[in-house]
Design a protein around this ligand. Sequence first.
Ligand SMILES: *Cc1c(COP(=O)(O)O)cnc(C)c1O
Length: 341
Amino acid sequence: MLDNDLPEIDWDKMTFSYQKTDRMYVAHCKQGGEWETGTMQDFGDISISPAAGVLNYGQGLFEGMKAQRADDGSIVLFRPERNAKRMQEGAKRLGIPPVPEEMFLDAVRQAVLENLRWVPPMGKGALYVRPLLMGSGAILGVAPAPSYRFLVYVSPVGPYFKGGMKPIALKISDEFHRAAPGGSGGVKAIGNYAPGMVPSKMAKEEGYAEIIYLDAVHHRYIEEVGAANFFCVKDGVVSTPELTGTILPGVTRASVLEIADELGYEVREEKVDVGYAMSADECFCAGTAAVISPIGSIRFGDKVYEFGDEVGPVTQKLYDELTAVQQRRIPDERGWTVSVE
Ligand SMILES: *Cc1c(COP(=O)(O)O)cnc(C)c1O
């Protein structure tokens, strides 16, 4: 497949949806052994035992990152070593042999390089990179699988929320929780996501873009927005829920905190009470897929708090700075972008 053999895609109409690409990375490991170097293969179905640990007991993790075309013509990843480390943390939690950081980064690099023709033009979206780590060996009892597989596939994507930078309407769930203390909410375990599908679908049917989860103990502090981290801005203070083990430590979250601090805002990682968030000047959510998405309104019970249809000034500034760094439109003094070559 040639790089200039361009796919028939209308880059302006792309959404955040699956698109089959050309090649994928696959590696294997036995429990207690070392990861063998993986290989690139044609993208396609994989064969797995019906008794695989991942299929029966959800012993699996995923990651999500983006490769984008930058202003200088190169293709860049954003802080990929953070995804590598996060997957290692998740592997330890789920009893999976962690993938060495160098191997993870090399797999991501190869998966992007062998699918170059699927990288959208600058500003039209990104090539979403999806690493998957799973217990693939057969096991009947509830225990770590005897063998593991690490895959990396890619898919070109457009905006996560329809309408791009248009403020979204959210609803706080008074019925469902995402994660509980001592559970697996702090890692990207595949099993964390299926329980959110019905609540999210119900909210969408009512016209909301996503659901906001509260903490499972006090039922009072904001945790996350579906699969993105939550932020609010009040009187020039940028707040986000502190990491307590039930919140996913987002790479975007960490980056927004650093940028906000450098732009001179007071930054707080703390418990964010629903009441505080509903009296804030601006709210937004942040994640690789969502980037920074402004929140226009939040419903909680029979109360609706409106932040307005305009993007708040702080949200806009943080968005501009984050995306400028990610696309190398300004010098990357923090060393956050990595060229794929
Ligand atoms: C992936 C994810 C995020 C965002 O993390 P990024 O590293 O910024 O993409 C936030 N919350 C949940 C639950 C997630 O799965």
